[in-house]
Unconditional design. Structure first.
Length: 132
């Protein structure tokens, strides 16, 4: 099965044996961000493959379960590493966003969508939404 990327490129081909289901919205978002980085030549396929392989090796060495969740967490960690290494953001900014999302989750009633606001952003001491 091949995933066609808008614009006619076909950067990523997945075999039919790979489960390409996104179980959580962030899984699809992380996938789309990587495709966007590849299409814009901000990251090469070789760089991406090396970053993802490094994270997957680390997960295996840590004896994490060979599961979809481990794969998606590895994908996210590789994405975060690549954008920081390419100086598209910093590790500190990524941590601020993570903390702001946690603050937003804490104040959101169960079953309601989590929405990141400037209040959440300011609560972590850094207005990470000012750049968005």
């Amino acid at each position: 099965m091949a995933f066609e990327v808008p614009g006619g490129s076909n950067l990523l081909k997945l075999s039919e044996t790979i489960n390409a289901t996104f179980y959580k919205p962030w899984h699809a978002t992380a996938f789309a961000l990587v495709i966007a980085l590849l299409e814009r030549d901000l990251v090469s396929r070789a760089e991406w493959a090396a970053a993802l392989a490094k994270q997957l090796r680390g997960a295996r060495q840590a004896n994490l379960a060979d599961s979809d969740e481990t794969y998606h967490q590895s994908w996210l960690a590789a994405l975060e590493g690549v954008v920081a290494d390419k100086q598209l953001t910093t590790h500190a900014e990524l941590q601020h966003f993570r903390n702001a999302w946690l603050a937003a989750a804490d104040r959101t009633p169960h079953g309601k969508p989590i929405v990141l606001t400037h209040v959440d952003s300011a609560s972590v001491g850094f207005d990470c939404l000012a750049k968005v």
